[in-house]
Ligand binder design. Structure first.
Ligand SMILES: Nc1ncnc2c1ncn2[C@@H]1O[C@H](COP(=O)(O)OP(=O)(O)OP(=O)(O)O)[C@@H](O)[C@H]1O
Ligand SMILES: [Mg+2]
Length: 642
C-alpha cells in the first residue's frame, strides 16, 4: 500500500504545484491586467472630456470670430445681450454666453438670470493686458453650476474700461455626465464606476451616483481617495478599500484642468475568475491524486502483490518450508513469470544441494559413530590385554616362587607345631608358646597367600577344560560354605543374611572349581563390606545366550576410584587385611570362561556384580560333586586352623 501512496503523492504533488503556480501567476497577471484596464478606461474618459472641452472652445472661438462681438460702450450692453441670446439659442438650450470687461466684470449675458459668478473669472480677465488682443485658454469652474470656456474676441481695444471682446461660454455640468456614461468608455465589467474628481478629491462629476452608494454616503471621498497629482503623475492606478470592500482604481488627468477621470473596479469582480482558476487547480490536483491512487492500486495488484508473494515465499523457504510454491501469472506479465520461474529454479537447486549435504552429513555421522564404537572397542580390548598381561605376569611370578616358598613355610610351621607340642606342660613357658603360636599363624597366613597365588597362577597359566555345568548347584555349595562365616559374624554381633533367588537356568560352560572359588571371593568381599550387617543376594537368570549371575550386597559400596580399579591385582582398600588378589582372580576366571563381569553401584548404596556366562549347548551337565569342589582358600585355612 505504501507504493500506492508514493505514486499518488509523486503525481499529485507536481500536478497540484503546477496548478497552484499557474493559478497564482494568473492572479497576479489578472491584477496587472485589471490595473492596465482601469488606467486605460480612465484615460479614455479623460480624453473624451478633453475632446468635448476642445470642441466647446472651438465653438466659442467660432462664435467670437463671427465679429458680432466687438467693443461696445456701456450703452451697447442691451444690444450685446440680445446678440448673445441669439448665439446661445443657436448653440443649444444649455449654452450660456457672456462678455466681460477688462476688469473682470460681466458685461453682457445670453440669459436674463445668468448663473455665472463673474468674480470667478477674475484670474483670467486680469491676464488681459492693455488694449491688445490676448490669449485665454479654457478653464473649468470649481462649482457645480457650470462649465465655462473663455476665449478672446480678436479686437483692438480703444479703452480699458470698454467692453473687451471676451466671450464666456458655459454649459451645465450634467452635460458631462452623459460623456462619462458614454458607451465608448463604459466598462464591460460588473460594478465598475467612473467619476471625476478635482485636485482636492472632491467628486465633481458623478454620473453613476457614486456618492449615493451606501458605503460611500458615509464617507467623504477625501477619506478614501487622495490624488496628489504632483507626486503620482498624470495617470496611474491606486488600490483602496471602503467599508471592507477592496477596489482597484485607474486615474487620468484631464489636460489643462485640475480634474482627473477615475475608473474604479471592485477586486472581487476581477478575482472571481482567478478564484475560479484556483479552484480548477485544486480540482486538477485532487483529480491527479485520485487517478494516481487508482493507477497505484492497479500497479499493486499487477506487480507489487506478486512481488510481495515472491518475497513471502522466499522468507518461508528460508525458514525451512520446502513445500512453498508460487502461483503462475502466465504470459500476461512475462517479467513476473520469469521471476517466479527463477525462484523455482533457485528453490530446486537449493533443495537438491541441501539433500546432498544432509546425506553427506548422515554418512559422516554414521562414520563417526562407527569410529567411536571402534575406539571404545579398542580401548576395552586394550584394557583387557593389559589386565590379562598383568595376570599372566603375576601368574608367572607366583608359580615360580610359590613351591619353594611354601616348602620354607611348611618347615617353619612344622617346627613351630613340634615346639608347641613339646612345651605345653611347662607353665613358665606360656609366653614361649604364645610367641611360637604367633610365628606359626604368620607362617600360615603366608602359606595362604602363596596358595592363593598358586591358584591364581594355575588358572592363568593353564586354562582348564570347560564342561557343561549347573551354576545353581555351585551356588548352593558356596552358600553352604558361607553359612559358617555368617554364623561367626552373627556371633560377633553383625547380623548378615544371605538370600538366593535361583531361577531354572540352562547349563553353562565352565570349570566348577574355578567358578566356586570366584563366587566365594565375591561372597567374602560382600561380608567385608557390611561391617554393620546387611543382606547378600545371589540371583541367576537366563539372558539370551547367557546365564546371568548377580551378587548384590547392601554394604558400604565403592568409591568411583575403587570401582574403576577393583579388578587390578593387588588393589585393596583393606590394608594389611587384604591382598587385592580376590577380584583379580574372579576377573581372570570369568575371562577364561569367555564371559563378562561388571560392577555397579546400587541405588541404596551397596555393590552389585553381574557375571554373564555362556550357555552350553552340548551334552549333559557334568555332575558336580560338592566334595570335589575346592574349598575357598580362606575357608580351608580357617577350617584347618580350627
Ligand atoms: N562387595 C564389595 N563392596 C565394597 N567394596 C568391595 C567389594 N568387593 C570388593 N571391594 C573392594 O575391592 C577391593 C579389591 O577386592 P579384592 O577382593 O580384590 O581384594 P581384597 O578383598 O581387598 O583382598 P583379598 O585379596 O583378601 O580378597 C577391596 O579391597 C574393596 O575395597
Ligand atoms: Mg577379597
Amino acid at each position: 500500500m505504501r507504493i500506492v501512496l508514493i505514486i499518488a503523492v509523486a503525481i499529485a504533488v507536481p500536478l497540484g504545484t503546477i496548478g497552484l503556480a499557474v493559478s497564482l501567476n494568473y492572479r497576479a497577471e489578472l491584477r496587472r491586467e485589471a490595473e492596465r484596464g482601469v488606467i486605460a478606461e480612465a484615460t479614455a474618459t479623460a480624453n473624451l472630456i478633453d475632446h468635448h472641452l476642445t470642441s466647446l472652445l472651438a465653438t466659442a472661438r467660432a462664435t467670437a470670430s463671427l465679429g458680432q462681438l466687438r467693443s461696445y460702450g456701456d450703452d451697447a450692453r442691451a444690444d450685446q445681450d440680445q446678440a448673445l441670446r441669439e448665439f446661445a439659442t443657436r448653440l443649444g438650450s444649455n449654452t450660456r454666453l457672456a462678455t466681460f470687461t477688462l476688469d473682470g466684470n460681466r458685461f453682457a449675458t445670453s440669459n436674463d438670470t445668468p448663473s455665472f459668478n463673474i468674480s470667478a473669472y477674475q484670474g483670467f480677465v486680469t491676464a488681459v493686458a492693455g488694449t491688445q488682443a490676448w490669449q485665454v485658454t479654457r478653464s473649468l469652474t470649481t462649482g457645480r453650476s457650470g462649465f465655462y470656456v473663455l476665449t478672446p474676441i480678436t479686437a483692438s481695444l480703444s479703452q480699458p474700461s470698454q467692453v473687451i471682446g471676451v466671450l464666456g461660454m458655459g454649459v451645465e455640468l450634467e452635460d458631462f455626465d452623459d460623456i462619462i456614461d458614454h458607451p465608448a468608455t463604459k466598462s464591460p465589467l460588473n460594478g465598475v464606476i467612473t467619476f471625476v474628481i478635482d485636485d482636492e478629491s472632491n467628486i465633481v462629476l458623478d454620473p453613476g451616483s457614486v456618492t449615493s452608494r451606501p458605503f460611500w454616503t458615509n464617507h467623504s471621498p477625501k477619506d478614501w481617495l487622495r490624488f496628489p497629482f504632483g507626486v503620482i503623475g498624470n495617470s496611474g492606478s491606486v488600490a483602496f478599500s471602503l467599508d471592507g470592500q477592496a477596489f482597484i482604481a485607474g486615474y487620468s488627468r484631464i489636460e489643462q484642468t485640475r480634474w482627473a477621470a477615475v475608473v474604479a473596479v471592485p477586486q472581487t469582480t476581477i478575482m472571481a475568475s482567478a478564484n475560479r482558476s484556483t479552484l480548477i487547480a485544486i480540482l486538477t490536483g485532487t483529480f491527479g491524486a485520485v487517478v494516481a491512487t487508482l493507477i497505484g492500486a492497479w500497479r499493486v495488484a499487477r506487480i507489487v502483490r506478486p512481488l510481495a508473494r515472491i518475497a513471502e515465499a522466499s522468507r518461508a523457504f528460508g525458514s525451512g518450508d520446502a513445500t512453498v510454491d508460487l502461483p503462475e501469472v502466465g504470459e500476461a506479465d512475462q517479467e513476473l513469470q520469469d521471476l517466479i520461474d527463477a525462484f523455482r529454479r533457485m528453490r530446486w537447486e537449493i533443495d537438491s544441494r541441501t539433500g546432498e549435504r544432509e546425506l553427506a552429513h548422515a554418512r559422516l555421522e554414521g562414520a563417526l559413530e562407527s569410529l567411536s564404537a571402534a575406539m571404545s572397542e579398542v580401548e576395552k580390548s586394550h584394557r583387557q590385554v593389559v589386565q590379562r598381561e598383568r595376570l599372566h605376569a603375576i601368574g608367572q611370578l607366583a608359580s615360580g616362587i610359590s613351591h619353594d616358598f611354601n616348602n620354607s613355610l611348611s618347615i617353619i610351621i612344622g617346627y613351630c607345631d613340634t615346639l608347641i607340642a613339646h612345651f605345653p606342660s611347662r607353665t613358665d613357658d606360656a609366653r614361649l608358646v604364645t610367641l611360637l603360636t604367633r610365628i606359626r599363624d604368620s607362617a600360615h597366613d603366608g602359606s595362604i597367600l602363596v596358595s592363593r597365588l598358586r591358584d591364581f597362577s594355575k588358572g592363568a597359566a593353564s586354562p582348564r577344560q570347560l564342561r557343561p555345568l549347573d551354576l545353581n548347584a555351585i551356588i548352593d555349595h558356596s552358600r553352604a560354605l558361607a553359612l559358617v562365616h555368617i554364623e561367626e559374624l552373627h556371633a560377633r554381633g553383625t547380623p548378615v543374611s544371605l538370600v538366593a533367588s535361583l531361577r531354572s537356568v540352562p547349563l553353562v560352560l565352565g570349570d566348577a572349581s574355578e567358578l566356586g572359588s570366584a563366587l566365594m571371593n565375591l561372597i567374602l568381599n560382600a561380608f567385608d563390606a557390611m561391617p554393620n550387617g546387611g543382606t547378600l543376594t545371589i540371583e541367576t537368570e537366563r539372558q539370551a545366550r547367557f546365564v546371568r549371575l548377580t551378587v548384590r550386597d547392601t554394604g558400604t559400596g565403592m568409591s568411583d576410584e575403587t570401582r574403576q580399579r577393583c579388578f587390578e591385582p593387588y588393589f585393596t582398600t583393606k590394608g594389611a587385611n587384604g591382598t587385592g588378589i580376590g577380584l583379580a582372580m574372579v576377573y581372570g576366571v570369568v575371562a577364561r570362561h569367555g564371559g563378562t563381569i561388571s560392577v555397579s553401584r546400587e541405588p541404596d548404596h551397596g555393590t552389585q556384580f553381574e557375571i554373564h556366562l555362556l550357555v552350553s549347548h552340548d551334552g549333559d551337565a557334568e555332575h558336580v560333586n560338592p566334595l570335589e569342589l575346592p574349598l575357598h582358600p580362606l575357608t580351608t585355612v580357617h577350617e584347618r586352623s580350627a
